[in-house]
Design a protein around this ligand. Structure first.
Ligand code: 1PR
Length: 580
């Protein structure tokens, strides 16, 4: 098997040579690449001021952090040696991957000592996510594992037994202490978190804490001492609010050109996600399309693929409109090979330069042998997506096969794409997209699969149904239900479920509440409700009646029937917390 193109499992001598190797970058215009106007100008006054040193040890996607720093008008110098850390005038450390692997790299390269010395001298530092956790004494993640030991305390896993979904994914409010530095003005706003482990406040670390967050437990959302800052959330994925936090760190003297507007954040917000189904049309251009029950062709003589716009332009528009996340589904990925599909990777690259909320990409994530006999593991495919700007990847067909195999054998092989990718990138980076179709039955005892009593009877008066999983874009039904699949993929390492419904897709009559309730009650990972949104009321209905953490829509946004802002205003009016 090929070695994965990321660094921390490889020898540390290759540490800085492997990462972010771009594929060739053809100029592609049909994707759309309109640059949204910048709402910030933080700018630096001298050329030395304009350089930010970035510690990227090659364990995953820090492209978004790079993009955000560049967007704010700064250049990046990558750390190559421990001395680069000591010479930095300001250092950003966006930790990614698992705690133990990160510590191993830092100690093998001598970066650990350089970091401790830099921080001890109170030099400007910003740690992000794992970059905060590593400052603590130890972590329970695959451990205990020793950390840098600068802050008293142990990083532990969230407790999901109290009903809170783990990973903690989404937009949450902060409780800010008085001297919060770069977090000034953030108190009333949501910022984006994605993690399963967290550090807890104690008498010993109290003096470090600049904000906490409430998610089942009260955990440390940020620390500050002098010029040393670290945040558990992702400023580079927190929209305008996040950019303003980064901007204040990069240039403390700057007055941000635009302060985030007023909000009323108090807890975890429900997310509204815009989804772009992408595929090549008959002219060979990659377009955003949208199906009715997965049929994306116009019912005309030409029978063309429905073309609803350019992917990069639409993603940029949805970001400006307030989407909490943007998902790209390469809907013919099951038959094409995504690494041969440069435009899809280009879409991610262009989009991530200007869109500062999480990006998910799905389609075709599986092992593949190309026409020359070259074998690519699903991990390589996912790695390329991450390097191109994805924050999460979504697996469809391959997750169905993995779940079937697991349920049949009763043991995990550790070899499925789901297991491999979540082991390397963490389960918060792995979404499983389910494409079920409702199958009505007269008698629930006829089946061994989970059957539910449906709220409206089937065509022949059937009162029960099960939800059959499909693969290959709904083309093939499989002998496994959505309920069985969801539980199996949670065990295999999925961090989130994107729950489509073929019957409801493109119908505009509302989400399949029966299905979404069934699945969101069955698992303890977040569930994204998808398919069928036709009006803002459908979003409030799904949040009232089910435990969905997010709701996704496509058609109503592409056809400009309902703006994202109207959905959010409606949810707020209904007393459902959303990010503004
Ligand atoms: O199997 O790993 O290659 O992944 C393929 C991915 O592509 C899966 O996530 C699968 O859901 C998706 N997909 C495949 N074919 C289609 C199709 O439409 N012909 N799209 C397809 C799935 C569902 C949602 C849609 C919502 C909301 N489309 O993406 O956006 O239903 O739509 P609405 O708000 O307009 O009702 P693999």
């Amino acid at each position: 098997m090929e070695a994965p193109p990321f660094a921390y499992s490889a020898s540390t001598s290759s540490l800085f040579s492997l990462r972010n190797k771009p594929l060739s970058s053809p100029t592609i215009t049909h994707l759309g690449n309109t640059k949204p106007s910048k709402s910030f100008s933080v700018g630096a006054s001298s050329s030395r001021d304009s350089v930010v040193t970035l510690l990227d040890y090659g364990a995953g996607n820090v492209r978004s952090v790079r993009n955000a720093i560049r967007f704010l008008g700064f250049d990046i110098k990558d750390v190559q040696t421990p001395q680069d850390i000591l010479n930095a005038s300001r250092l950003v450390f966006p930790g990614v991957g698992a705690f133990a692997a990160a510590m191993e790299v830092l100690s093998k390269t001598g970066m650990d000592e350089a970091l401790c010395s830099y921080i001890d001298k109170d030099r400007p530092f910003l740690g992000i996510c794992l970059g905060l956790q590593l400052l603590f004494e130890s972590s329970e993640e695959n451990g205990p594992v020793k950390g840098l030991g600068l802050i008293p305390g142990t990083v532990g896993r969230f407790d999901s037994s109290n009903g809170f979904r783990v990973p903690h994914i989404g937009w949450n409010a902060l409780q800010i202490t008085e001297d919060s530095g770069i977090l000034d003005d953030v108190g009333n706003h949501h910022v984006y978190f994605v993690h399963s482990y967290r550090a807890m406040p104690s008498d010993d670390n109290n003096e470090w804490i600049s904000s906490t967050c409430d998610y089942g437990d009260k955990f440390i959302a940020s620390i500050r001492r002098g010029n040393v800052n670290a945040v558990q959330f992702h400023p580079e994925k927190s929209g305008d609010v996040g950019l303003s936090i980064l901007g204040r760190f990069l240039n403390p003297k700057s007055n941000m050109a635009k302060k985030p507007g007023e909000g009323k954040a108090s807890k975890l917000a429900k997310r509204v996600i815009a989804c772009l189904d992408v595929r090549t049309n008959d002219k060979g251009d990659l377009v955003v399309t949208k199906g009715d029950q997965y049929d994306v062709r116009e019912h005309t003589k030409e029978n063309e693929v429905r073309n609803l716009g350019k992917p990069v332009d639409l993603a940029g528009q949805y970001y400006k409109d307030g989407a909490d996340e943007v998902s790209f589904l390469n809907i013919t990925g099951f038959r094409d090979f995504p690494l041969g599909d440069l435009p899809m990777l280009q879409i991610l690259r262009y989009t991530s330069e200007n869109v500062f909320v999480p990006l998910t990409v799905g389609g075709g994530i599986r092992d593949f042998t190309d026409s020359t006999g070259r074998y690519y593991s699903s991990l390589e495919v996912a790695s390329e997506y991450f390097r191109s700007g994805a924050d999460k990847i979504s697996i469809g067909s391959d997750a169905v096969y993995a779940a079937e195999e697991y349920l049949k054998a009763g043991v995990k092989t550790g070899k499925t794409s789901l297991e491999q990718i979540s082991r390397v990138y963490g389960n918060q980076a792995v979404v499983v997209s389910i494409d079920p179709r409702r199958v009505y039955v007269k008698d629930p005892n006829d089946l061994q699969l989970k059957t539910i009593r449906v709220s409206s009877p089937g065509p022949n008066g059937e009162e029960y149904a099960w939800y059959q999983c499909t693969v290959n874009g709904g083309r093939e039904g499989r002998p496994i239900g959505a309920y069985e699949l969801a539980k199996a993929v949670e065990e295999l390492g999925a961090g989130e479920i994107l729950l489509n419904c073929i019957d409801c897709d493109g119908q505009g009559k509302g989400f399949d509440v029966d299905l979404i309730k069934l699945i969101s009650d069955a698992v303890s990972i977040p569930v994204i409700a998808s398919s069928g949104a036709g009006a803002p009321e459908h979003f409030s209905e799904v949040f009232y009646k089910t435990n969905a953490s997010a709701a996704l829509a496509a058609g109503i946004f592409h056809r400009k029937e309902v703006p994202i802002q109207s959905v959010k205003e409606h949810l707020l009016k209904e007393g459902i917390e959303v990010r503004i």
